[in-house]
Design a protein around this ligand. Structure first.
Ligand SMILES: CC(=O)N[C@H]1[C@@H](OP(=O)(O)OP(=O)(O)OC[C@H]2O[C@@H](n3ccc(=O)[nH]c3=O)[C@H](O)[C@@H]2O)O[C@H](CO)[C@@H](O)[C@@H]1O
Ligand SMILES: C=C(OP(=O)(O)O)C(=O)O
Length: 425
């Protein structure tokens, strides 16, 4: 089993480059199912979610090549094979296979998705959307069966603002007959990225990035070439690391507008965030002030940055409250950083953190992707050598994290340890 070993206390300095966005990648790849010829996506991150989706597309007959961040997908010979288990469970975004396969084949059998355990993550709004378009959807033994004679456009009001449901309904609706309107749609940049790919494939989509999306169904979609947007959550993670442990760090390949909520919070804490066209520079911060933070749907403060941000708050002067309004149980990092001497506790949907605290190294477990990023940051700050276990969660979403952090001066390495050698403090 692989673990990360981090010797804390090294200051970070230099330039770190952000990869393509995980949450776009995992939707763009399934979207290719809807085309009748080759789709090329450039700038994809080297993460396990992308490799898993490649395998899933190959399972249904896709011819896929992935090299140097470029994926070419020939979907012409795909068939609607049932995908009830296995790889489907390895990631959350396998739910996009439902919308894309329903759109193309009008029937699909897909297992319930996996992904990070953050509290309940229902997909009722996805299913409500598919049903409104005319599909019959049943859950049989943990797999979702979707069948439609034909898909017809409909007006769908989402009860909950959901990234996944918004994209999934777009995927199912682009080849449906007539007009689909998604109201109370999510507005994340990744939704615009997916709509851009679909539009370049010949789809007719208006309003992506606003809360009303209108789709006029078309007869067929063709192949295209697309470059993915940068990962705003990876960028935000590096910004937080730079604020906590940096002596001048440039984050390259970021759209500053996409991380504005984080930038505003960092500035409130006393961090100087210097925005350029596609770069952000964060000089050394002398003193961090406590702040309160509430996660919200985009353009609010992203829930995906809440966990790394909680570690930054352990370095701030005073008491901070961080509330996650999106996921009720996304605080598994708090127990782990408490074992590293952090002063933190959970109250309902909030974590209360006081600082500044000198963190101490420990052996800790990454329960999920962003908890993992939080623990890496804690390790960078802690006195001694921290071991982070269960790093497969981290590698679902961070491309070449070790190499990137080494490039700005971190003492971090990936080590293979035998199962017997695994210990908890
Ligand atoms: C692959 C991907 O893009 N993952 C992101 C996506 O997850 P995901 O698409 O799963 O998240 P959603 O936007 O759907 O979830 C938002 C909220 O709505 C609830 N909900 C969602 C769907 C539904 O049918 N019913 C329902 O009640 C969820 O439990 C959650 O409380 O957005 C989340 C919120 O920004 C991010 O944390 C994830 O990184
Ligand atoms: C929660 C996340 O991912 P997923 O939805 O893929 O589990 C995340 O990226 O922080």
């Amino acid at each position: 089993m692989d673990v990360y070993k981090i010797k804390g206390g090294k200051r970070l300095q230099g330039t770190i480059k952000v990869s393509g966005a995980k949450n776009s990648a995992v939707a763009l790849i399934p979207a290719s199912i809807l085309a009748d010829s080759m789709v090329t996506i450039d700038g994809l991150p080297e993460i396990s979610d992308v490799h898993t989706l490649q395998a899933l597309l190959e399972d249904i007959g896709g011819k896929v090549n992935f090299e140097n961040g470029q994926m070419t997908i020939d979907p012409s010979e795909m068939i609607s094979m049932p995908l009830p288990n296995g790889n489907v469970k390895k990631l959350r975004a396998s739910y996009y296979l439902m919308g894309a396969m329903l759109g193309r084949f009008k029937h699909a059998v897909i297992g319930l998705p996996g992904g990070c355990h953050l509290g309940p993550r229902p997909i009722d709004q996805h299913i409500k959307g598919f049903e409104a378009l005319g599909a019959k959807v049943t859950n049989e033994h943990g797999a979702i069966y979707l069948r439609a004679e034909e898909l017809r456009g409909a007006k769908i009001y989402l009860d909950v603002v959901s990234v996944g449901a918004t994209i999934n309904i777009m995927l199912a609706a682009v080849l449906a007959k007539g007009r689909t309107t998604i109201e109370n749609a999510a507005k994340e940049p990744e939704i615009i990225d997916v709509a851009t790919l679909l539009s370049n494939m010949g789809a007719n989509i208006k309003g992506a990035g606003t809360n009303v999306i209108r789709i006029e169904g078309v007869e067929k979609l063709h192949g295209t070439r697309h470059t993915i947007i940068p990962d705003r959550i990876e960028a935000g993670t590096f910004m937080i690391m730079a604020a906590a442990a940096g002596d001048g760090v440039t984050i390259d390949n970021v759209i500053p507008f996409h991380v504005e909520a984080l930038t505003a919070k960092l500035r409130e804490m006393g961090v100087n965030v210097v925005e350029e066209d596609e770069r952000i520079f964060i000089p050394k911060t002398e003193k961090l002030q406590a702040v309160d933070v509430k996660t919200l749907v985009y353009p609010g403060f992203p829930t995906d940055l809440q966990q790394p941000f909680s570690v930054l708050l352990t370095q701030a002067i005073g008491s901070s409250i961080i509330t996650d309004t999106v996921y009720s149980a996304r605080f598994k990092q708090i127990d782990e950083i408490s074992r590293m001497n952090a002063d933190g506790r959970i109250e309902g949907r909030s974590a209360i953190l006081s600082g500044p605290t000198k963190l101490q190294a420990a052996t800790v477990v990454a329960s999920d992707l962003r908890a993992g990023a939080a623990l890496v940051l804690a390790g960078l700050l802690a006195e001694g050598e921290t071991e982070v276990q269960e790093i497969q969660h981290i590698e679902r979403g961070y491309s070449s994290l070790i190499e990137k952090l080494q490039g700005i001066g971190a003492d971090i390495r990936k080590v293979s340890v035998s199962e017997e050698a695994i210990v908890r403090d």
